[in-house]
Design a binder for this molecule. Structure first.
Ligand code: NAD
Ligand code: MG
Length: 392
């Protein structure tokens, strides 16, 4: 096998997003190891065309069909296949040339292509946590059936994964760290009036808009509890969220003897992305290193589920089980978008999700079809509670 053939061929679902662009930076740092085989985006066809011109993937997909003609024209001089539509996402990940699929798209839309990739026996670098939130049990079952590994990209889950390397004994507790987001110190009164612009200013991480809002409401941390349950087989009462505003300890695992192993580093998503690509190897990187002497203190606090009720709702959904996390995810996608567009207030988000969880049809052992229906039903119930006109 020559050098060319040994490069890992990576399909990036959502290459124009925050994770997607950082994944391409990792690939650019290691052109001898990785190649972008498939790039996909939802609407940002110009950036996708630029990326395709630079990384020369075999295939690109623009999910939103109205941008197909423009993208195809922009790439007409290159030997790149251009497809469109969400079904195409499910097809391109199955290509025999693809060695790994990075799921860096946002929301429920990640579920179908992730399942298609698993069925095609492609190792998954999982950024799209919503897939595990919605259907963790189904995904785990499919991964066992098709013998497919999931390499976590979410920084906390990568830290837990790294802390578990070499361990054979059970986990006593997962310590899931949270930055607390931009409103960590806000009173309930102050939270009444926060705006999307305030929520979009995350103190430590530069991420896509949806996850940034989820971080501000701490629904992101709730989703990460659910993600951790399915990735590491740990029940929610053994997953402790700890607010750690500096985001240096990316998460930790406590074992039966009381020992705690953590993974630390500067907050930089390229580290977990690169490890997911190269595991079990660690590759050289040019990224910043921790400076122990300018890092004055690492602090830890208990999360406040009264002010950040979304976190409590995620635990509640886990406790109910079945399709409850799917319902919470769908309602959250609706209120997240509504808050960004000024149609819903910050604290209203949790109220609407809670009511949707109570009203939507509960299914104890959902099938894939049930997830699709629950997602649609919960979106409808949540949307009905939102004003059509701007309220801010
Ligand atoms: P983003 O909004 O910056 O990018 C999303 C990408 O997905 C874009 O390329 C977009 O074109 C594509 N996309 C969006 N909707 C789509 C659809 N319906 N069909 C096809 N493609 C679609 O988001 P992000 O911040 O990069 O996050 C991506 C995923 O990674 C999310 O699930 C998020 O929770 C997770 N994640 C992100 C970070 C981070 O630092 N950004 C950290 C941990 C986990
Ligand atoms: Mg995270």
């Amino acid at each position: 096998m020559n050098q060319e053939q040994r490069k890992k061929q990576i399909a990036i679902l959502g290459s124009t997003g925050s994770i997607g662009t950082q994944a391409l930076e990792v690939i650019a740092e290691h052109p001898d190891r990785f190649e972008a085989r498939v790039l996909t985006a939802n609407t940002r066809w110009q950036l996708l065309a630029e990326q395709a011109r630079r990384f020369l993937p075999a295939t690109v997909v623009i999910a939103d069909e109205q941008h197909y003609d423009a993208l195809a024209a922009a790439l007409a001089d290159l030997p790149i296949q251009v497809y469109t539509g969400s079904d195409a996402l499910c097809q391109v990940v199955q290509s025999s040339e693809v060695d790994m699929v990075l799921t860096a798209m946002v929301g429920f839309a990640g579920l179908a292509p992730t399942i298609a990739a698993i069925r095609a026996r492609k190792p998954i670098a999982l950024a799209n946590k919503e897939t595990m939130v919605v259907a963790g049990e189904l995904i785990n079952r499919l991964c066992r059936e098709y013998e497919v590994p999931i390499l976590p990209v979410d920084s906390e889950h990568s830290a837990i994964f790294q802390s578990l390397i070499g361990e054979v004994s059970p986990i006593e507790k997962i310590i899931l760290t949270a930055s607390g987001g931009p409103f960590r110190t806000f009173s309930r009164q102050q939270l009444e009036d926060v705006t999307p612009a305030m929520a979009l200013k995350h103190p430590n991480w530069d991420m896509g808009a949806k996850i940034t809002i989820d971080s501000a409401s701490m629904m992101n941390k709730g989703f990460e509890v659910i993600e951790a349950k399915w990735l590491f087989g740990v029940e929610p009462d053994r997953i402790q969220v700890v607010v750690h505003p500096q985001s240096v300890v990316h998460s930790a695992v406590q074992f039966a003897d009381g020992a705690v192993k953590a993974q630390l580093g500067v907050p930089d998503m390229r580290v977990p992305i690169q490890l997911a690509f190269s595991f079990p190897e660690r590759l050289q990187s040019s990224f910043d290193r921790l400076d122990w002497f300018t890092m004055h203190s690492l602090t830890f606090e208990r999360p406040d589920t009264d002010r950040f009720h979304c976190l409590a709702l995620a635990y509640e959904a886990l406790q109910r089980g079945g399709n409850a996390p799917c319902i919470v995810n769908a309602a959250n996608e609706i209120v997240n978008r509504a808050f960004l567009e000024g149609r819903c207030r910050f604290l209203q988000m949790a109220d609407i999700i809670e009511r949707t969880l109570d009203r939507a049809t509960f299914i104890q052992t959902p099938t894939y079809e049930d997830y699709l229906q629950s997602d649609a039903e919960a979106r409808r119930i949540a949307a009905e509670q939102i004003l059509p006109l701007p309220s801010l």
